[in-house]
Design a protein around this ligand. Structure first.
Ligand code: ADP
Length: 204
């Protein structure tokens, strides 16, 4: 399957753009949803997390105690690495399974941290970055999540820079003060290009 990796900073409009591809019949794999699912009750990562970190990190319903894990992972780099050692291979395996099962001309895989987690660049046939200014990100996330300006800035500071995401991109969607029709037009143009690239790949 021809894989388009869709990325962008928080509030750039990844979900909005992803939905526009879905509306054009393109199957979607969302790595954030997979990350959430493997740490939900009965999730694939939970037995490993319990064994590695102890039962106190598991809620009564069998899901990950996110608050407790977040506190640990933020203060302890080694713990964060140990957690990622469990979750990343599982996310990758689940993503690949969903890619294989997807039915459509090509598949869009939403990877918020594609640029940060280097391996992704080789796994996607194309990297599509949704780009907007930091000011736009701040305004959107403040209004969507009710976060303070400082909270949004702290999240942005932990992500790759706008420049790094643009440098990693094969294709860019500009989503600043972009009216929906303009966003749709950009999605249409990329969709057409991906259809022919994907077709070329299956024929070769
Ligand atoms: P991400 O998934 O990258 O965090 P979202 O797609 O959720 O970003 O977009 C963040 C917020 O900004 C959402 O509330 C969304 O509705 C809004 N938004 C995204 N693009 C636009 C746009 N072009 N014009 C107005 N609002 C937008």
């Amino acid at each position: 399957m021809f894989v388009v990796g869709l990325t962008g900073g928080i509030g750039s409009g990844k979900s909005t753009v992803a939905e526009l591809f879905v509306a054009r019949g393109v199957p979607l794999v969302d790595t954030d949803m997979i990350a959430h699912r493997i740490t939900a009750p009965g999730g694939l990562a939970m037995p490993h997390i319990a064994a590695e970190f102890g039962a106190e990190f598991v809620n009564a319903d069998g899901s990950l105690d996110r608050t407790r894990m977040r506190t640990l992972a933020f203060s302890d780099e080694t713990a964060r690495k140990r957690l990622e050692g469990i979750t990343h291979p599982l996310i990758r395996a689940e993503t690949e399974r969903e890619e294989r099962e997807a039915r459509g001309p090509y598949v869009i895989v939403v990877v918020p941290l594609l640029v940060e987690s280097g391996a992704w660049k080789d796994r996607a046939n194309r990297v599509l970055t949704v780009d907007c200014s930091v000011d736009t990100q701040i305004a959107r996330v403040m209004s969507r999540n009710g976060f303070s300006r400082e909270q949004v800035l702290a999240i942005i500071a932990r992500q790759a820079t706008r420049e790094a995401r643009l440098a990693a991109a094969d294709d860019v969607i500009v989503n600043d003060d972009t009216p929906l029709e303009e966003l749709e037009a950009q999605v249409d143009a990329h969709h057409q290009a991906y259809l022919s690239l994907a077709k070329g790949e299956t024929e070769s």
